[in-house]
Design a binder for this molecule. Structure first.
Ligand code: BGC
Length: 498
């Protein structure tokens, strides 16, 4: 980005394009736009709607903790607290070559991971962008696509990297990272409870997605054995602990939002019928569903309610809809649209480009918050290039302040979720690391700092004992390590059927 402090410059947009931008002189006077005073008045209104006080945060933490307990107690709860059949931490001794297929929110990724022991690994990977049609079409077709990509990866990319030398009939162990809530009875199986993150592929909810994927792998004759079905948070937990054993919790703040942690089997009453004898098991919380349907605990604004009701899953993923990257841009767009309707913003300009749902990407909020120029040239560029509207400085300052309110609320709510696990597990005194990943955590300026501030608001000074850090690649490396752990466990005859 090349920006002069004032007047004009050029910006690089998320699309990679470089744009020249110019500010107008006296722009407050020569456009019939909102003035500094009216924008400041409006901002006050939004400040009170989007601000979370420490007291409110502590109430949310208490309710969250109870919800986590209920999910561990009985199957089929709103926050399902899914036992993952990942038994305890990696030893660091895991070794071998593993494939990982990662079906996340935006891309499909295929990786070959060489787990080398001692916290070390190597990775070769390919990425494929998923289309909107693939997300909504028949589920089996989606798994066929995954199998086809995996086959191409094995046949081409890997051959270029020296190839895989397989004996006749030999299968490469595969970890399948499928980052949607699946209830599991054992590690290599999982019934999709519901799609999240805007996915809606048919004939998949209520089905065993591991079995569906196996069917596709057979169809394309791919020489792999699906060892483990893994959630991205569980992968992140294990990969981060493999590299840094102080990691006790993993969180994803990306297109979706979720957490995993290691629980004592004795404290998972719903597992009792399996007769597992002590030890620990990773739990995929699926906390994005916290407060779904009942909407008792989270402070939703009218914009959040619109986001929810116009989504493909009204009522569901209530916590995620206030936090994740899929929704933050849309929340801001709805506020802007309200002010357009009230005749406050963009009078006399054609605003049709701002009127389509989800056109305002969360990446724009990051860019707006990180604009270093006095004139806010980045914000000029976003509005003029993508939405063909001109802005005054007062409006741009307002948009930036609004982005800050929405981004800050997301981070503080995230802190509430982390605090609930910390307090449930008693990690506060001793402290722990939280491995965090996802576009929001990695790219949104100040997100991590705001989570940390939130933890201090909840716990006081002791909140500083809980530190988030950028996690290892859970969906690739974590998946491979879990496949390795599972193979070791089963080879040793430990719960071979789970
Ligand atoms: C899914 C989780 C996933 C999270 C982050 C949520 O929408 O339900 O399974 O871990 O997104 O990718």
């Amino acid at each position: 980005m090349v920006l002069s402090r004032r007047g004009s410059g050029s910006i690089t947009l998320p699309t990679g394009q470089t744009l020249a931008v110019h500010t107008r002189t006296h722009d407050e006077e020569d456009l019939p736009h909102a003035t500094k005073k009216t924008m400041a008045d409006h901002l006050r209104k939004y400040e009170s709607a989007f601000t979370l006080t420490p007291q409110r945060m502590r109430m949310i933490v208490e309710a969250f903790k109870e919800t986590l307990e209920v999910g561990l107690d009985k199957p089929g709860q709103i926050v399902p607290m899914i036992p993952t059949f990942v038994f305890g931490w990696p030893t660091g001794e895991e070794k071998g070559e593993f494939l990982a297929v990662d079906l996340g929110g935006t891309n499909l990724r295929v990786c070959l991971v060489t787990v080398q022991g001692d916290g070390k690994f190597e990775i070769t990977q390919s990425k494929y962008r998923l289309t909107e049609e693939q997300k909504q079409d028949d589920g089996q077709k989606l798994f066929d696509f995954c199998a086809e990509c995996l086959k191409t990866f094995i046949d081409t990319s890997l051959t270029e990297h020296g190839g895989l030398h397989l004996a006749a009939g030999e299968k490469i162990p595969l970890g399948f990272t499928f980052s949607y809530p699946c209830s599991q009875d054992r590690i290599d199986h999982g019934v999709l409870i519901r799609w999240t993150k805007g996915f809606g592929a048919t004939n998949t909810e209520g089905h065993d997605v591991a079995a569906m994927f196996r069917q596709s792998l057979e169809k394309y004759d791919v020489p792999v054995g699906l060892e483990a079905l893994i959630n991205d948070t569980t992968g992140t937990l294990i990969a981060s602990h493999y590299v840094n054993p102080k990691t006790k919790i993993a969180v994803i703040f990306g297109t979706g939002c979720n957490a995993a942690y290691m629980e004592h089997v004795k404290d998972i009453p719903k597992l009792q019928p399996l007769g597992i004898d002590g030890g620990d098991m990773a739990i995929n919380c699926e906390w994005g569903a916290f407060d779904s349907f009942e909407h008792e605990h989270l402070p939703r604004t009218k914009y959040d309610i619109i986001v929810d009701q116009t989504s493909n899953k009204p009522g569901e993923q209530a916590f995620e809809k206030l936090i994740s990257g899929r929704y933050l841009g849309e929340i801001l767009r709805l506020v802007i649209c309200e002010l357009i309707d009230e005749g406050v913003l963009f009078l006399g300009q054609n605003t049709y480009k701002l009127e389509s749902p989800y056109v305002f990407e969360t990446a724009f909020l990051s860019l707006m918050e990180s604009d270093p120029t006095e004139e806010l040239l980045m914000i000029i560029g976003i509005f003029s290039h993508f939405f063909a509207v001109e802005t005054t400085l007062a409006e741009r300052q307002f948009f930036r302040a609004l982005a800050k309110l929405i981004g800050r609320r997301a981070a503080r709510l995230s802190a509430c979720g982390i605090a609930a696990i910390v307090s449930k597990m008693g990690y506060l005194e001793e402290g722990c690391l939280v491995g965090a990943d996802g576009s929001l955590y990695n790219k949104y300026p100040g997100f991590a700092d705001r989570v940390h501030e939130g933890l201090v608001d909840i716990f006081g000074d002791k909140g500083r004992n809980i530190v988030t850090h950028h996690a290892e690649d859970g969906s690739g490396v974590g998946s491979a390590i879990i496949a390795a752990m599972t193979k070791r466990r089963k080879d040793a005859g430990i719960y071979p059927n789970l």
